[in-house]
Ligand binder design. Structure first.
Ligand code: NAP
Length: 291
């Protein structure tokens, strides 16, 4: 079995790493702050001192950190993965970052004889815990085939979309659909509430018809309960919207819906709600509705 390393034990990374342990992979972990690493060590992982040390002790290294600069720091920075890697090492990035950064990292690792896959995920904290994530992969076919037993321990729907960066482009498409669906659900449930109709019953009715979606199910329930513990933090979702908009700009592509929902997220961040779940978008709708 390949020795796997995992860096970034946040809301997503911790349960994903746990699923690798459950599948029997020898696992070395690193997290910037200590607590999550200690938890995984109690479950049987080896705790490392740096991303470099993870790479030194692993055949395949995975990251799930926040944003493009974080991935760059962990891979290319001092005591980073590149510094600890060797010919034949495979790097898999499960973070959501800019496609251009994924391509840059792919080239930097290839130049040192290492393989790289961008493999962002969808399915939220629940999918990460249940090992049912959808994983969208960019990179070389041989590296993809090698990654499959590892990715299958964390996800169910694993698609090799194309060359380096293609996984991140796919994730950008995913985030457009999720963001605008969150907005649609927030708008619909606000209309129900303002009309004096029970939003919980509206959600139940809609779940059996054409408006059915995972967002209506999971986020709709969070909106009705008014519980906005993440899940997926608004500041990370806004980060993804900026990636989408930047990718569109590079192509002179107008992304009208994305621009609008990003402005709503900007407003929520201005109100200090960035650490809440993205379903907290409904609080803005309720404010505008005088609810
Ligand atoms: P999170 O809970 O905030 O965790 C972020 C992780 O990255 C933490 O382990 C953090 O370390 C680490 N990190 C951040 N910057 C770092 C740096 N410069 N150097 C080293 N470590 C760093 O976020 P998350 O929800 O797990 O999301 C992780 C990635 O998955 C993001 O790209 C996100 O967009 C994506 N994603 C999230 C979801 C979701 O539903 N949450 C779904 C799909 C994809 P510390 O613990 O020390 O802060």
């Amino acid at each position: 079995m390949e020795r796997v390393g995992f860096i970034g034990l946040g809301i997503m990374g911790k349960p994903m790493a746990r699923n690798l342990l459950k599948a029997g992979f020898p696992l070395t972990v690193f997290n910037r702050s200590r607590a999550a690493m200690d938890e995984l060590a109690r479950d049987g992982a080896i705790a490392a001192d740096s991303p470099m040390q993870v790479a030194q002790q692993s055949d395949v290294v995975i990251t799930c950190v926040s944003d493009s600069p974080d991935v760059e720091a962990v891979v290319l920075g001092e005591n980073g993965i590149l510094a600890g890697g060797r010919t034949g090492m495979l790097y898999i990035d499960n973070s959501t970052i800019a496609p251009a950064t994924s391509r840059k990292i792919y080239k930097a690792l290839k130049a040192q004889g290492m393989d790289a896959l961008d493999a962002p995920v969808s399915g939220g904290d629940i999918g990460a815990q249940q090992g049912t994530l959808s994983i969208m992969v960019g990179g070389d076919e041989a590296a993809f085939q090698r990654s499959l037993p590892i990715l299958q321990a964390m996800g169910k729907n694993i698609v090799h979309v194309g060359a380096a960066g293609a996984g991140q482009v796919t994730k950008a498409c995913n985030q457009i659909v999720v963001a605008m669906t969150v907005q649609a659900v927030a708008e619909a449930l606000t209309l129900a509430k303002k009309s004096g109709v029970d939003p919980a019953k509206v959600r139940s009715a809609l779940l059996g018809g054409f408006a059915q979606s995972r967002v209506l199910d999971v986020h709709g329930q969070r909106m009705i309960d008014g519980t906005f513990e993440p899940g997926f933090k608004l500041n990370l979702h806004r980060k993804d919207m900026n990636i989408v908009l930047q990718t569109g700009k590079e192509l002179n592509l107008p992304l009208l819906g994305t621009a609008q929902v990003t402005e709503l997220m900007n407003s929520l961040l201005a109100q200090g709600k960035g650490e809440l779940d993205n379903s907290a978008l409904i609080t803005l709708y309720e404010f505008l509705a005088g609810l």
